[in-house]
Design a binder for this molecule. Structure first.
Ligand code: CUA
Length: 315
């Protein structure tokens, strides 16, 4: 599927329901606009100046009951549409069946996807058809928006937050993926593909992927999910010390001392960040003591040790 059709196609039941709702609401609005406009024009002509139309008192039924009935009917109609839209929206968030968890990380300017088994891809999301998919979404730097028009789903990803979004695609094919939030100079190039595959094709595809379950890879995931990247990335709004090449290098502290960024220093900086503040930075980082397990701490350290190579590979 190419070009426009990869966006317009409706690849899920939810997409078709969204279309039905959209076109129904549009048709209803058009009908009411035409009715009101028609009445305005028709009555303007009928009661124009000097016309001989009957201008005597209206029968009381038309004065009160008709007006009340018309007001209530439109109110009911639009409350019904609201209920329909709300039910559909809530239903879309909780598809039936055990969902397949997939992590999505947005960063300038790419979408990084990570499957439950550790398989990773960039700007491509392979999913099986007819299976509930639950995306757990984060941003590593600024606000992006994960938008798949063919599935009629869109969700902003915000640094430091984890967003969730679910869908069940039922038409195998390749569909467009866009970033729908202006996120910098390359925003318009932050595009990708969602590839919906038959269950067996998906299993086959998955078996040919290499899973990266190294400690450093786990640490990289934690770096985003714990919210570290919200401040410690070069594009973050909050100013925090950069962490590229930090491991093993000397660090100047606010109190004048110079220490080496070894395992112990990095560990302390995560658990007791107010103790050894880096010169030139405010002591605003919260402590992660009790929020990060020992195993996760090791993974984070493994990631920090590897960070320069990691960033170079991504960009
Ligand atoms: Cu990412 Cu626009």
């Amino acid at each position: 599927m190419n070009g426009l059709s990869s966006f317009i196609a409706a690849a899920s039941e939810q997409a078709r329901q969204t279309d039905l709702l959209f076109f129904s609401a549009t048709a209803l609005s058009a009908f009411i606009i035409l009715l009101v406009a028609g009445l305005i024009i028709g009555l303007s002509i009928r009661y124009r100046k000097n016309s001989t139309a009957d201008r005597s008192e209206l029968p009381s039924l038309l004065q009160r009951e008709f007006e009340t009935g018309w007001t209530l009917a439109t109110l009911l109609l639009f409350v019904t549409i609201f209920g329909w839209a709300a039910a559909q929206g809530f239903g879309a968030m909780t598809p039936a069946g055990e969902p397949l968890q997939i992590n999505v990380v947005g960063k300038q300017w790419m979408w990084k996807i990570e499957h439950a088994g550790g398989e990773r891809e960039i700007n491509e999301l392979h999913v099986p058809a007819d299976r509930a998919i639950r995306l757990s979404m984060n941003s590593q730097d600024v606000i992006h928006s994960f938008y798949v028009p063919a599935l009629r789903i869109k969700r902003d990803v915000v640094p430091g937050h984890t967003e969730a979004m679910a869908f069940v695609a039922d038409r195998p094919g390749t569909y467009g993926l866009l970033c729908a939030e202006y996120c910098g100079t390359q925003h318009s190039k932050m595009t990708g593909k969602v590839i919906v595959m038959e269950e067996e094709d998906y299993a086959d595809w998955l078996s040919h992927q290499e899973a990266d379950n190294s400690l450093a890879a786990q640490g990289e995931r934690l770096f985003t999910t714990l919210g570290c990247s919200g401040c410690h990335s070069n594009k973050a709004n909050v100013r925090a010390p950069p962490l590229e090449y930090v491991y093993g290098s000397p660090v100047a502290l606010a109190d004048g001392r110079i220490v080496e960024a070894d395992d112990a220093y990095l560990r302390d900086s995560i658990l007791q960040p107010k103790r050894d503040v880096v010169a030139g930075f405010k002591p605003i980082m919260p402590s992660f003591a009790g929020r990060v397990s020992e195993a996760n701490l090791l993974a984070l350290l493994a990631y920090l040790k590897k960070k320069p190579q990691q960033e170079a590979r991504d960009d």
